[in-house]
Design a protein around this ligand. Structure first.
Ligand SMILES: O=C(O)C1=C[C@@H](OP(=O)(O)O)[C@@H](O)[C@H](O)C1
Ligand SMILES: C=C(OP(=O)(O)O)C(=O)O
Length: 441
């Protein structure tokens, strides 16, 4: 059975990914969705009265969002009767502050349109690598909607939004092929623009479309009138935003490595609270893992995945709609019985790091045979060996490495703490999963 010893990083800062010595059998309860928590936070900042977010995710990306909104004058704090919940109390948006985006795509794309509604300048800064993430499209779109932005021609972080307390809004055409978050970020503040907002996409196809559906649905839930019946076009009427009282769904993208652990070890993993209906792109895991050979059951107890039987199937898959799953799926493909192709994810070169380059480099360093293509990866399974797995400040590289470590001895993960971007409790959950597997039946 797998070692249940807790596995903190060693003195060298490397985390020894625990090896599974038997099938994983576990129930893993996951914290809330990053994408939903951050949308609810932004909408709550635009509401007339206080909102309550039940079971929000508290991770680096959502704490940065909460702090960004505080900087703009909102109150965000634990509920007196249930400190795990967040109460968000909106106030007139104010400038004068600085928003630290860290490396959070949500913060750098969702908050500038909020800041544009504040009176006064708001400075946006971020981690060193944040400046490499695409931003110019949304900055140009905001300018076209009447917002003054100073970026010294960089088109990236750092920049300053000089809000005037109101935004004209109207129609804007942009190319969202580098990130769906350009569309979501504008739409989330669109109801507060004087003329509302119509965003028309003109370019190669938009990635991560379920995330735009999530944006439209959360706007609808907050009482906004939205319309997406015209292809590549999203419209939101000017309106007030209702306060929210919402339970945040578990983060389904963060489920990837736990579910994949069942497939890799021939075990069984259940995630309670898996929604029957959701706009989260991570729900695609049900189909992906089914195609890779898992047995999947979704019922009122949650989602249960059983591996075993026929091993791990290689596959040819387009992850355009659920691109944040790529690192963990790539690791799984490296452990499969036949080669795989991952397509449709050229834009993840602009995620936390160039994920295609990072995955190819790190998997090949362990003896893998991975080739970057223009829009994805070709992965030929080969016996892997241990080594240091570099993570490039990318939480999902940690998750991918942990999965490999279940069956490849000697994987040492650099900067495991970076996983706190979306799942600060990752190591405890991972150890807990292996610990449950050890418990007598
Ligand atoms: O709107 C969101 O919350 C997100 C949209 C997606 O971004 P991209 O469209 O840039 O892939 C996704 O990958 C990211 O993790 C979260
Ligand atoms: C791409 C991701 O994050 P971000 O919201 O920073 O874009 C991710 O979580 O995989």
């Amino acid at each position: 059975m797998p070692s249940a010893d807790p596995s903190p990083p060693g003195p060298d800062g490397l985390w020894a990914a625990p090896l599974a010595t038997g099938p994983v059998q576990a129930v893993v309860t996951l914290p809330g969705s990053k994408s939903l928590t951050n949308r609810y936070l932004v909408l709550s900042a635009h509401a007339q009265e206080s909102s309550r977010l039940r079971s929000p995710l508290r991770s680096r990306d959502t704490l940065l969002m909460a702090q960004a909104l505080r900087e703009l004058g909102c109150e965000v704090g634990g509920a007196p009767d249930q400190p795990a919940d967040w109460i968000v109390t909106p106030h007139t948006l104010r400038g004068g502050g600085t928003v630290d985006c860290g490396l959070a795509g949500n913060v750098m794309r969702f908050v500038p349109p909020v800041a544009a509604l504040a009176a006064g300048p708001v400075a946006f800064i971020g981690d060193a690598h944040a400046a490499a993430r695409p931003m110019s499209v949304i900055l140009e779109a905001l300018r076209a909607l009447g917002v003054e932005i100073h970026d010294e021609g960089r088109g990236s972080l750092p920049f300053t939004v000089r809000g005037r307390g109101a935004v004209r809004g109207g129609a804007v055409t942009l190319d969202a092929s580098a990130s769906s978050q350009f569309v979501s970020g504008l739409l989330l503040s669109g109801p507060r623009f004087e003329h509302g907002l119509t965003v028309h996409h003109d370019g190669k196809s938009v990635p991560s479309l379920p995330h735009i559906e999530m944006t439209m649905e959360t706007l609808r839930d907050a009482g906004a009138m939205v319309d997406d019946t015209t292809p590549h076009t999203w419209h939101v009427e000017p309106s007030e935003i209702n306060s929210l009282d919402v339970v945040v769904e578990p983060d389904l993208s963060n489920a990837a490595q736990f579910l994949a652990a069942a497939l890799v070890t021939g075990g069984r993993v259940r995630i309670p609270g898996w929604p029957q209906y959701t706009t989260q792109g991570g729900d695609a895991l049900r189909d992906i893992l089914d195609r890779m050979g898992a047995d999947i059951v979704l019922d009122r107890d949650g989602l249960t995945i059983t591996g075993g039987g026929g091993g791990i199937h290689g596959l040819d898959i387009d992850l355009h709609d659920s691109s944040e799953l790529t690192p963990v799926i790539a690791a799984l493909c490296a452990l499969a019985e036949r080669p795989s192709v991952i397509r449709g994810v050229a834009h993840i070169r602009g995620h936390e790091t160039d994920r295609l380059a990072a995955l190819a480099t790190e998997l090949n360093a362990l003896g893998g045979d991975v080739r970057e293509t223009e829009d994805g990866l070709r992965i030929r399974p080969r016996p892997l060996h241990g080594g240091t797995f570099h993570t490039y400040a990318d939480h999902r590289m940690v998750m991918a490495a942990a999965l490999l470590g279940l069956v490849v001895p000697g994987i040492h993960v650099e900067n495991v703490a970076t996983v706190a971007k979306t799942l600060p409790t990752f190591v405890d959950l991972w150890d807990g999963m292996l610990g449950q597997s050890q418990a007598p039946a």
